[in-house]
Ligand binder design. Structure first.
Ligand SMILES: [Zn+2]
Length: 155
């Protein structure tokens, strides 16, 4: 059985909130994602030392190059994530399609995927509406003080 995740990450790959803001955001997320039985879902807040991949996992079926618009083989991406363990100091990579240097966060994924040093995730949400609503994303943005993106993943 695969796990289902909904995550919020800052739009700026290096940005991190204060610890106090993260605690407040986690409390808000736990409030809007109730889990009456307390067994199914898991809310996690992560500060990553390095820029870390937060991608759509098995949802990703196509990646397109921002330079040449050709498809980038999924194997190439999966090997890269495996080799680096999904952690990066720099997002610049040489893509195989046109052998040019591009930033990983400019690759066009068919499912929203990103790279971040902060993440709030809900694993296996208990409520019927699995994803964060636009209002909820706005509320967490206000608490943290930075624009966010949602990533939905099956892993
Ligand atoms: Zn290319």
């Amino acid at each position: 059985m695969s796990d289902f995740y909904v995550s919020l990450i800052p739009t700026d790959v290096n940005w991190q909130p204060t610890g106090a803001a993260a605690v407040e955001a986690e409390a808000y997320v736990r409030r809007v994602f109730p889990d009456p039985d307390g067994v199914q879902q898991d809310v996690t807040v992560e500060f990553y030392d390095r820029i870390t991949v937060v991608d759509a996992g098995e949802n990703i079926k196509q990646i397109t190059c921002p330079r040449c618009d050709r498809n980038i083989p999924l194997d190439w991406y999966e090997d890269l994530i495996e080799e680096t363990e999904g952690e990066f100091d720099s997002l610049t990579v040489t893509v195989p399609c046109c052998e040019t240097a591009v930033a990983l966060d400019t690759l066009k994924f068919d499912w929203p995927s990103g790279f971040a040093r902060f993440e709030i995730a809900v694993a296996n949400p208990a409520r019927a509406e699995h994803e964060f609503t636009p209002d909820e994303i706005g509320a967490v943005e206000a608490i943290l003080g930075h624009p966010l993106r949602q990533v939905v993943a099956h892993i």
